[in-house]
Design a protein. Structure first.
Length: 289
């Protein structure tokens, strides 16, 4: 394993560990009291979005590494930014936090499982994996391991050393994000000729993919007849995936493949723009009403 890959494994560890430090028992108690909205959010995130993304890659016939980037983003759990955006939109923040907590916990199983079956079942990505000598089964094993260790340690730290967890969570999270930004800049500079020639079409692709995620979140909430505040929460939980996690996985498992990096990096930028724009629209619409 190269030095950059070792460094990215450390960054990924810090990222998942910092997420686990913020998981609290009260977040899971809310699920037991009101399981339907949480179940709908998890279904949208781990079933509807991955399946819809997989179907889209079969129809669009994009370059294999671009499709793999889309599938990985769709397989990742929601990020904590969705909680803030839900709050700003005057949605159900408690529900958003609960879904994020449960999603990041079960991502230990669902992220590697969803990604592994999708890349193996798609002829384009399956052939590409064979070319770069990556076994889908090993993807599952590697992702499960690199997610399980920091998540377990983070949960134990929160349980037994809560003061340290509160102190360490934000610095670790910020350090991980900063390191990922450096990684993205270096990866894009290394393959800048590919980045500049294909960026226009990929921007449109990411915008449409993100719109699909937002729409599926809202649709899942509407199907189970949730109220407006809950619908906002599910919209952002499904449409704001943890692209930072995707980028870290790309760096550690796929040698910073530029197509995958561009997709995940653009998603991370665009979902902030789309998320805050939609939240502001909802917030101002209610104020005007």
């Amino acid at each position: 394993m190269s030095s950059p890959q070792i460094l990215l494994n450390v960054v990924l560890f810090a990222m998942i560990y910092s997420v686990a430090l913020d998981l609290r028992g009260v977040d899971f108690l809310r699920v037991a009291r009101n399981p339907v909205p949480v179940a709908a959010g998890l279904a949208a995130q781990f079933v509807l979005l991955p399946v819809a993304t997989f179907a889209a890659t079969l129809v669009l016939r994009l370059p294999a590494n671009v499709e793999a980037g889309m599938l990985l983003v769709a397989a990742c759990p929601c990020g904590s930014l969705s909680n803030f955006v839900t709050h700003y939109s005057r949605g159900n923040t408690a529900l958003s936090v609960s879904i994020t907590a449960v999603a990041n916990l079960i991502a230990l199983l669902m992220t590697p499982t969803n990604f592994a079956w999708m890349v193996a079942a798609n002829p384009e990505t399956a052939g590409w994996l064979r070319q770069i000598d990556v076994d889908p089964a090993m993807i599952w094993v590697n992702l499960a391991f690199i997610l399980a260790l920091p998540l377990s340690l983070g949960l134990m730290t929160r349980r037994w050393l809560p003061a340290f967890a509160d102190l360490a969570r934000m610095p670790l999270s910020r350090l991980a994000v900063l390191s990922l930004l450096v990684f993205v800049v270096v990866a894009l500079f290394r393959d800048r000729h590919l980045f500049l020639t294909g960026i226009g079409g990929l921007i449109v692709l990411v915008i449409l993919h993100n719109a699909l995620g937002l729409a599926l979140g809202y649709l899942s909430a509407a199907i189970v007849k949730l109220n407006t505040a809950d619908r906002k929460a599910l919209t952002f939980e499904t449409g704001m995936q943890n692209s930072g996690l995707a980028l870290a996985i790309i760096g550690t498992q796929f040698d910073a493949d530029v197509g995958m990096v561009i997709v995940a990096g653009l998603w991370g930028t665009w979902h902030m723009i789309s998320g805050f724009s939609l939240a502001h629209f909802w917030r101002t619409s209610e104020s005007a009403g």
